[in-house]
Design a protein around this ligand. Structure first.
Ligand code: NAP
Length: 349
């Protein structure tokens, strides 16, 4: 029987996913001790304003008080980053590139990093190279907790040749595509998605396709494609001129796109095809776009708001390997990050 390992963890970002992770760390204590002889100890957390730090680790009551504090909208006090133990696992659940120096220094010091944040992996290629070569996990950057990154890593490690990756990687754009397919005017679909909380506060962040493009880029880079975000062909569902509008003005004027989007949907769904916002990574290239797919295909048969990634490989050619399910949500994402942290802790043991 293994002796109980105490693994220090620092949480960079303490928003929806970061706090859900902290709660799940507390809730999983017994099962992690029993199954993995592991105790995760949160030694600090950072938000956009400051840091809460406890060199010996927060006990569970203190961690729950920290969560309650942030839920009341209180920010952490400004402070310098503490010196972290060399074996620390740093978890990045922010949405900023500002974390990159800390991620890289953690890796250099011999620690591990787990990212839900796509930006470090979809930014400068040298960041991707350093992170992907280190003790790092980034399962939730594509498809939340669905095992997309693990599967791709396994396929590549097993010597299979991955020829094409196709996916529907945005629940929000999947929802809007389904509405368009059903004949709902584009403007109504966008406002409905926003009202249901499916979009970012500024829906253009989803409609512009860049989030889906970053996910596709991470998969492409894992295949060895030396691409940057500017190399990904991205179809935005609104014209660039509308970037100058306030969110409210955009939501009013978006109806001006109704006729154009209805026509595009009609063309793409001719012959009963299903409308999807799809990512394709193939032959050194990467694109995300609105497209029509065969209803019997893997992409055509998922629920519109679910995510799917389909790998066509040397060994999975006639019947490509598909992973589908819920590809977003703070709780499910936090569970994927927890899986990454446990996997890193086991590797570092
Ligand atoms: N939600 C999902 O379904 C999902 C799925 C997969 C991946 N993700 C990714 O997970 C990440 C987190 O999502 P979320 O929903 O938890 O976002 P969120 O609620 O906005 O939380 C982001 C957190 O990062 C903090 N932060 C911002 N800048 C920082 C900095 N420079 N240093 C330290 N902390 C900083 C924020 O601080 P304040 O508290 O002070 O604002 C906040 O605590 C994002 O990258 C997202 O794309 C989310």
């Amino acid at each position: 029987m293994q002796s109980l390992l105490t693994q220090p963890v620092f949480l960079l970002g303490f928003g929806g996913v970061g706090r859900a992770l902290a709660r799940q760390i507390v809730a999983s204590r017994d099962s992690l001790a029993r199954r993995r002889a592991l105790r995760l100890t949160v030694i600090g957390a950072a938000d956009s304003h400051g840091i809460a730090h406890a060199a010996q680790g927060f006990d569970d009551d203190a961690l729950m008080r920290l969560i309650a504090l942030k839920e009341r909208g209180v920010h952490f006090e400004p402070a310098d980053l503490p010196q972290l133990p060399a074996n620390c696992i740093v978890v990045d659940t922010t949405a900023t590139e500002a974390t990159v120096p800390m991620l890289l220094s953690t890796l250099r010091a011999g620690g591990g990093v787990a990212l839900a944040n796509k930006l470090p992996l979809a930014g400068d290629l040298s960041w991707f190279d350093a992170i992907s070569a280190g003790r790092a996990r980034w399962e939730t950057t594509v498809g939340a907790a669905m095992p997309v990154i693990q599967t791709l890593t396994y396929l590549l490690d097993s010597g299979d040749e991955v020829r094409r990756i196709e996916g529907s990687l945005s629940g929000t754009l999947g929802f809007i595509a389904a509405q368009l397919e059903a004949g709902v005017p584009f403007g109504d679909a966008v406002r409905d998605a926003k009202q249901r909380g499916y979009t970012e506060p500024d829906p253009r962040q989803d409609l512009g396709g860049r989030d889906a493009a970053r996910k596709a880029l991470i998969l492409a880079r894992m295949l060895g494609y030396r691409l940057n975000l500017s190399d990904v062909r991205v179809e935005s569902l609104y014209p660039a001129e509308m970037d100058a509008l306030t969110v409210d003005a955009f939501l009013r004027e978006v109806d001006g796109l109704n006729a154009r989007m209805a026509q595009r949907a009609a063309v793409l769904t001719r012959g009963g095809r299903k409308l999807r916002y799809a990512a394709v990574v193939e032959a050194g290239e990467c694109r995300v776009e609105l497209t029509g797919v065969d209803p019997a295909s893997k992409l055509g048969s998922i629920r519109a708001s679910d995510s799917i990634v389909v790998f066509t490989t040397q060994h999975y050619q006639d019947n490509p390997l598909a992973i589908s399910g819920r590809g977003a949500g703070q709780e499910v994402t936090a569970s994927g990050v927890l899986g990454d942290v446990v996997s890193l802790a086991n590797q570092m043991r």
